[in-house]
Design a protein around this ligand. Structure first.
Ligand code: HEM
Length: 403
């Protein structure tokens, strides 16, 4: 059965879990035709992600394999020089530099801002949801919090944030698994608006540095040893905007929907018999905001589990399947916020491990408890709408009542 093809259908995107079970039954890895392999087992996924013999689709590999039409797409170009799409040695050079300015200290410094943003959003939800009015949790909270945080981090002015949210959502389609190029039209349009905006922002911060990550990156980029060139600066700023936005929104949306489906978990959290940190990890495992990533075999003679692969073979790592691997998790289909030793692969592993994991976990740690305390009667108000993506799994609308 063509599991990957089935995952890409509307039904597969809506509920990939039966297909993941199929993949897991085939073993930790399976060949999926010429030059394509699937990994569903947790241990193997973790191993391949950490193995430097498998790289990401960097601009050199893309140029060899992808057609000119796809390569020329504005959205495809937008982040091609970022760390997410770079291999050694470029990756380590850029990653060291980004990590030196996007530090856990910078994230800690954001905590008061995150707390204030949560409080403002909850006040607004209370107003809009007074008298049992239905509000869309995605629109009014899940997307708002990460967009405020990322814009604050990067120094995007308040007035531009709604536009940013729209453009970031459109551009995020390029992070998904795209099997038809036309699907990228809105993402292309978004990048054509975002590129000049970013170039202006960079020029302004270069003249008048501020206390934001953009200025810090520019300073590092302009340092004597010029460790980041202009295309890399632009690509990485864009990545920081896009990578942490829809993913974190989906952590909130998927988490709230799971609470509706498992009211006993909400009671446990309120009573303190389950911990919020454990809850967030279990949400990440059970319905991961990132379901899949890919790697490419960089040389011949490599093995993906029992599958022999040659240079150029694409390996789809099914993170969502790895999280349901019965060899790794007891009763993997059970949602259990008290589960220990979860260690989800939602943030990846190895060299490309998510730069924003501390920030995303901080937002969850500050957001979920306030939400549950403030709205003990929050309830689902109709069917949620999925965002119809495969990689970035979440909802576009999640109607709720808060009183
Ligand atoms: C729940 C929220 C998030 C999830 C699930 C998530 C997931 C991931 C995953 C799976 C990767 C690795 C992709 C791969 O190996 O192919 C990644 C990388 C990355 N993430 Fe996140 N992310 C989240 C939030 C954030 C935030 C808040 C930021 C920044 C503000 C961010 C920035 C990045 C960057 C820059 C990379 C590239 C790292 C590299 O290639 O070296 N992410 N993320």
């Amino acid at each position: 059965m063509d599991i990957m093809g089935a995952l890409l259908t509307a039904e597969g995107r809506d509920d990939p879990y039966p297909l993941y079970d199929e993949a897991l039954r085939l073993g930790p890895a399976a060949s999926a035709g010429d030059d394509f392999a699937l990994v569903s087992g947790y241990e193997l996924a973790n191993r391949i992600l950490r193995d430097p013999a498998f790289g990401v689709w960097d601009h050199r590999l893309r140029a060899k394999t992808w057609g000119a039409e796809l390569m020329a797409r504005p959205s495809v170009r937008s982040m091609e020089r970022s760390i997410l799409y770079s291999n050694a040695p470029d990756h380590a050079r850029m990653r060291t530099l980004i990590s030196s300015v996007f530090t856990p200290r910078r994230v800690s410094a954001l905590e008061p801002m995150i707390e204030a943003a949560v409080a403002t959003l909850l006040d607004r939800l209370a107003d809009e949801g007074a008298d049992g009015a239905v509000v869309d949790f995605m629109d009014r909270f899940a997307y708002q919090l990460p967009v405020s945080v990322i814009c604050d981090l990067l120094g995007i002015p308040e007035g531009d944030r709604e536009t940013f949210r729209r453009l970031a959502t459109q551009l995020a389609a390029v992070l998904d698994f795209f099997d038809n190029v036309e699907g990228l039209d809105p993402a292309d349009a978004a990048w054509l608006e975002l590129e000049p905006y970013f170039r202006t922002l960079i020029a302004e911060r270069r003249k008048r540095p501020a206390e934001d990550l953009t200025s810090a990156l520019i300073a590092a980029c302009d340092a004597d040893d010029a460790r980041l060139d202009e295309a890399e600066l632009l690509g990485n700023l864009t990545l920081l905007l896009i990578a942490g936005f829809e993913t974190t929104a989906n952590l909130f949306g998927n988490g709230v929907q799971l609470l509706f489906q498992h009211p006993e978990a909400a009671d446990d959290l309120r009573l303190g018999t389950a911990r919020y940190a454990g809850f967030a990890e279990e949400v990440l495992r059970y319905d991961s905001p990132v379901q899949l990533t890919t790697r490419v075999a960089l040389s011949d003679g490599l093995m993906v589990g029992d599958v022999a692969v040659s240079a150029g073979t694409e390996v789809a790592i099914l993170i969502g399947a790895a999280h349901r691997d019965p060899r790794r998790y007891e009763e993997p289909s059970r949602f259990d916020p008290r589960r220990l030793d979860v260690n989800p692969l939602s943030f990846g592993a190895g060299a490309h491990y998510c730069v924003g994991s501390v920030l995303a976990r901080t937002e969850a740690a500050l957001g979920f408890p306030r939400l549950l305390e403030r709205f003990p009667a929050m309830a689902a108000a109709g069917e949620p709408t999925r965002n119809d993506r495969l990689v970035l799994r979440g909802y576009s609308q999640l109607p709720v009542t808060v009183v």
